[in-house]
Write a protein that binds this ligand. Sequence first.
Ligand SMILES: Cc1cc2nc3c(=O)[nH]c(=O)nc-3n(C[C@H](O)[C@H](O)[C@H](O)COP(=O)(O)O)c2cc1C
Length: 213
Amino acid sequence: MSNTMADNYLENKFEELRNRPAKKKVTASLSTLLRRNRSYRGFDKSCVVTQAQLRRIAEVCTKVPSGRNQQALRFKLLTRDTGAEKMQGLYKLGGALPELHLPFPGTEPEAFIIICSTREPDRWVNMDIGIAAQSMLLKATEMGLGGICIGAFNPAAVTEAFALPYPPQLVVAIGKPAEQIELVTVREGDDLKYYRENGVHYVPKIALDDLIL
Ligand SMILES: Cc1cc2nc3c(=O)[nH]c(=O)nc-3n(C[C@H](O)[C@H](O)[C@H](O)COP(=O)(O)O)c2cc1C
């Protein structure tokens, strides 16, 4: 091939690549993410969650609203390599199904994000915690992972185990979900306790008409 031919070839190839329609990135809609973003209490331990994945999840907290823009929340990221297993025994899952002693052995969460607050939580900080937790869980869901908010943990033991500089307020567990969870529409006044039947976890949710005042 002569030089000019080679140049033309490359030029044409570049042109072809430039004009190629951009590959559409398929992302789930918000409705889909919300539906998939359930509270999982059993995980596939063969899927390792990395520190980089936890950073991508925590990164949503650089973009969320904050009451008075106080931004008092700080995040401890725990993977298998950074002591996640030390969380075992320091939290409780499935308070409404105590007979199951969740999580089942071998299905514990792979990773955790401990949400701490630099200041005594007031109502604004508490709202920020909810916004941060749900935003991070949605991001995890988008990444094919899932998790659960854990309020039932031992704050003194968690502070000590991870030498936290600020008090922990909420723990978010992250992993590859290994549970089938279905939402069930119920009416105002119905039982709201989640339950399990034939291995499926059912979560009652109040119908829209009963939510609207
Ligand atoms: C702030 C907060 C704290 C929670 N703490 C716990 C907990 O300690 N243990 C647990 O098993 N589930 C906990 N959950 C999960 C709830 O039980 C769950 O959201 C509820 O059963 C509805 O299920 P869903 O999230 O799949 O809609 C918590 C949820 C929230 C929002």
